[in-house]
Design a binder for this molecule. Structure first.
Ligand code: PRP
Length: 178
């Protein structure tokens, strides 16, 4: 099967506006004077996270950390058993933490990851996703901040890939399978 880029589903302007709104909401909820650890789940969320934190107040105490995980399963179905390739550099014990994901689909990856992070005793643990494919959910995940709910369509760009390709697109586009 070959793939072609389709129409713009979410424009860079729409993404940028929403990212700003979410950043303001997170900063407001956290309290500007309190520190916050923003945890990005590689690779897709790196793009969203870097834009998101740059929209937060300059005088806020923000730390950025990353994890690289993959859930066991085939290329399209995650099993929910998460394997850690790269763990956080710092402890999150007693910290306010927001986990940033590009997309939540079945919810299995996030659900397992949240259980794992909860065991490290953060003061609070919230979830921020750019895209939510609600109709694909297999397990309940509490999403505290959501950029956009989207239907079950194959999309790429702004961190989302198709076999590793097209993460660098500024807009989120559909994919045509041929
Ligand atoms: C994507 C996404 C989530 C997961 C969501 O990661 O970033 O981690 O899939 O799927 P789920 O809700 O069905 O568990 P992917 O494995 O594609 O890695 P990537 O970020 O490196 O592209």
């Amino acid at each position: 099967m070959s793939y072609k880029l389709g129409d713009v589903i979410l424009s860079r302007e729409a993404i940028s506006r929403r990212v700003k709104e979410i950043a303001e909401q997170i900063a407001k909820d956290n309290g500007k004077d309190k520190s916050l650890v923003v945890v990005g789940i590689l690779t897709g969320a790196a793009f969203f996270l870097t834009d998101l934190v740059r929209e937060m107040p300059e005088d806020m105490d923000i730390r950025v950390d990353f994890m690289s995980v993959a859930s066991y399963g085939d290329s399209t179905t995650s099993s929910g058993i998460v394997r850690i390739f790269h763990d956080l550099k710092s402890s999150i014990e007693g910290k306010n933490v927001v986990v940033v994901e590009d997309i939540v689909d079945t919810g299995l990856t996030l659900s397992h990851l949240l259980d794992l992070l909860k065991n490290r005793n953060p003061a609070s643990l919230k979830v921020c996703v750019l895209l939510d494919k609600k109709e694909r959910r297999k397990t309940e995940v509490k999403v505290d901040y959501c950029g956009f709910s989207i239907p079950d369509e194959f999309v790429v760009g702004y961190g989302l890939d198709c076999a590793g390709m097209w993460r660098h697109l500024k807009d989120i586009k559909g994919v045509i399978e041929e």
